[in-house]
Design a protein around this ligand. Structure first.
Ligand code: GDG
Length: 488
């Protein structure tokens, strides 16, 4: 992005979440893949980030956010949600409909029309937030499935800036997508963006096929991963842009002395056994129980590995007051306890389980201490942990066992051992071969993956999306000339 462009990022959450008490508030890093990826981009370009604070209105919040922004290269524009809005838009429509549906799990969806009403109302509220900071030309970049109705709302308010949307999670196959009762409304709203980006060719293809099926009259031109799509009087660019990480910052940090010392402590804490590492937000899409079952299968079928390997599973708390997540946590903890109960021996505990976020230094140290990263989501838009693991392996060692249903598999297939995460016996077999892999094979595979991530890092991702999604000058003129209610 050129420095003359003013970037406005819009996402459900701000990069910091507010914790309030009766008299005060504090800020906490929001975490998660979207925040990890966008923070380095905004730090470099400057601009503004519009998002929910995680709270309802509280008078001290704006002041705390301003204080925080004054130490950054970008500002924050808060959106506040009432408990009722949070329940219908966030917990309801986003978490109980779009998240499971788009991860291919329609049976988990609660198609409740009050959720849909709440979703539309909150998208309008976000549009108010964007309107407060827009108006200097530039570029409004909307992120993820919480805000699919935003372009429609912004155009109705007369906002003329370039509007782009990036979809971080998978886009489902048309047979799944079309079960959404509000499918045409959602697609129509998405087609008001000037450009739309998806993580993988499969997501992009699913989106275009869903358009053909649910929006009669849509026209598609172009081939490959960059398409132009017309719906009614509006053209949108549609493309595949796999999200990435700040490779050079991460590799540099991973080679620092603090990380090196911490990695050594982790290895010692595991008595020098080979470490198999899992790192995930608590979510049923991440395949954590299936992974533990695969590890149990390995211990059961191969007595040789007992006492020689340790599985470290980090689970970062997420959506903690939703019943399904509470049950998932219980299931994971039961499995950990069963495995440890069955196989521990004096001086050896097979699974080290952490239910909390760790510091970045610790996280990088875990990446460096591991012999195998076992990343087996049942479905994942990209999975940045897989890329971070490779970027931190400055020693070119370590093996990535990766689900073929993670978006990252499309880019890392030459170096990773790909597996169907539902096939727990196969996962166990692949872990066993990863543990036996020669150092020279590890090096070849790791170098291939590191080169791929280095050459297409998060800055390339952002630049290619932004450059290719620029509209022609004539389109900008048309937009400026058109009355607000008629334009996009
Ligand atoms: C969504 C999509 C897509 C994790 N534990 C700790 C910690 N993390 C950081 C990791 C990584 C991020 O959280 C997780 O990113 P993922 O990509 O793996 O997953 P989601 O949060 O589900 O992200 C996903 C992503 O958006 C981007 O488009 O890849 O498919 O679901 O950066 O490092 N960070 C710290 N402590 C932890 O304990 N500091």
């Amino acid at each position: 992005m050129s420095t003359s462009d003013c970037l406005i990022v819009v996402s459900n959450r701000l990069p910091v979440t507010v914790r309030t008490t009766a008299s005060d508030c504090s800020l906490e890093w929001s975490g998660g893949g979207l925040v990890s990826a966008l923070t380095p981009v905004l730090r470099e370009t400057g601009g503004c980030w519009v998002g929910w604070t995680g709270t309802d209105y509280h008078e001290t919040v704006a002041e705390s956010l301003d204080r925080w922004s004054s130490q950054q290269n970008y500002s924050l524009e808060p959106v506040f949600l009432t408990p009722a809005e949070e329940a219908s838009y966030y917990e309801g429509f986003s978490n109980e409909i779009i998240w499971p549906l788009f991860h291919g799990l329609p049976s988990r969806c609660q198609f409740d029309s009050t959720y849909w009403a709440g979703y539309r109302a909150v998208n309008a509220k976000f549009a108010d937030g964007v309107e407060r900071v827009a108006g200097n030309g530039g570029f409004i970049w909307v992120h993820d499935y919480h805000l699919m109705m935003l372009a429609e709302n912004l155009r109705a308010r007369g906002v003329i800036e370039r509007l782009a949307y990036f979809h971080h999670i998978p886009f489902p196959a048309p047979d799944t997508f079309e079960t959404l009762p509000w499918r045409s409304e959602v697609l129509r709203a998405l087609m008001r963006f000037d450009s739309l980006g998806f993580q993988t060719p499969r997501d992009r293809r699913n989106f275009v096929e869903s358009l053909h099926r649910c929006l009669p009259g849509v026209q598609v031109s172009g081939v490959g991963e960059r398409l132009r799509v017309r719906f009614e009087d509006h053209w949108s660019n549609i493309g595949t842009y796999p999200i990435s990480i700040d490779y050079s910052a991460l590799s540099a940090e991973a080679s620092g002395p603090d990380v090196t010392t911490e990695a050594e402590k982790i290895r010692q804490g595991c008595s020098g056994t080979a470490i198999i590492l899992g790192v995930d937000r608590l979510d049923y899409t991440k395949g954590i129980p299936e992974r533990l079952i695969a590890f149990q299968t390995l211990l059961r079928s191969d007595p040789e590995v007992r006492g020689r390997v340790t599985m470290i599973q980090l689970v970062v708390p997420s959506r903690e007051h939703i019943q399904e997540y509470i049950e998932l946590r219980r299931r994971i903890e039961r499995l950990v306890s069963n495995i440890n109960g069955e196989y521990s021996s004096p001086g050896w505990v097979p699974v080290h389980y952490f239910y909390r976020a760790v510091s970045r230094t610790e996280l990088l140290a875990f990446y460096r201490a591991a012999q195998v990263a076992l990343i087996t989501p049942l479905k994942d838009g990209m999975n940045l942990v897989a890329k971070e693991f490779c970027a931190s392996r400055i020693d070119n060692r370590g093996v990535l066992v990766l689900s073929e249903f993670a978006g990252a598999a499309a880019e890392l297939r030459n170096g990773a051992l790909l597996v169907n995460p539902h096939d727990t016996e196969k996962v166990a077999e692949l872990v066993a071969s990863a543990l036996r892999m020669t150092e020279s094979e590890q090096r070849i595979r790791m170098e291939l993956m590191r080169r791929q991530i280095e050459s297409y890092d998060v800055f390339r991702w952002s630049e290619s999306f932004n450059i290719e999604s620029k509209p022609s000058p004539s389109l900008i003129q048309d937009l400026r000339a058109a009355p607000a209610h008629m334009s996009h």
